[in-house]
Ligand binder design. Structure first.
Ligand code: URA
Length: 180
């Protein structure tokens, strides 16, 4: 999948000063699933690829188990392409500054369905207006396709098996909406 012109040199916000690498995204241009997280963590900032740390391992284990999809059937990216210092939540300004890159990805990646992880991605991509507890697992239409938000796998790693089970149920809802 190509990289939008200018993204690797982007200085649209202050995260450009602390990042090691811009984490663009990875996967095919015609994936089954477009997966959108919040922002790169330390491992991703160093490795240059999204969701290659612990969160990613949990996430793709669940997607494989529940949806029958391997990582190579997913295009994976984040709302914000550079790591916020100490993994803090990206600010609204940073999310806004990065929006053109995500918009470009929506124009060039043609998935069958869209999955967001956590509140920032749910708000930014699916228009979540309430806490995760009220918004996760609801089917919406995004760019003409089924879309659904679930919890961030990092939250599931912190909170334990009950949140993992909630994620499983959410992923099964999306799988059914895709007719699989
Ligand atoms: N958390 C995210 O939201 N994205 C990543 O790429 C890694 C961890």
């Amino acid at each position: 999948m190509e990289v939008p012109e200018g993204l690797l040199e982007c200085e649209r916000c202050g995260l450009s000063r602390s990042r090691t690498r811009v984490v663009v995204g990875s996967g095919p241009a015609e994936p089954t699933l477009l997966v959108i997280g919040e922002a790169p963590g330390r491992t991703e900032d160093e490795g240059g690829l999204p969701f290659i740390g612990r969160s990613g391992r949990l996430l793709f284990t669940l997607i494989e188990e529940v949806m029958g999809l391997s990582r190579d059937r997913c295009y994976v990216t984040n709302v914000v392409k550079c790591r916020p210092p100490n993994n803090r939540t990206p600010t609204r300004a940073e999310v806004g500054a990065c929006r053109p890159w995500l918009r470009w990805q929506f124009e060039h990646v043609r998935p069958r369905a869209v999955l967001t992880l956590g509140l920032v991605a749910g708000q930014s991509v699916l228009g979540f207006s309430a806490p995760m507890g009220a918004m996760h697992g609801r089917l919406v239409t995004v760019a003409g396709r089924p879309g659904l938000g679930t919890y961030h796998p990092a939250a599931a790693l912190r909170n334990g098996p009950s949140l993992v089970e909630v994620m499983r149920v959410d992923l099964a809802t999306l799988r059914e909406a895709m007719g699989a």
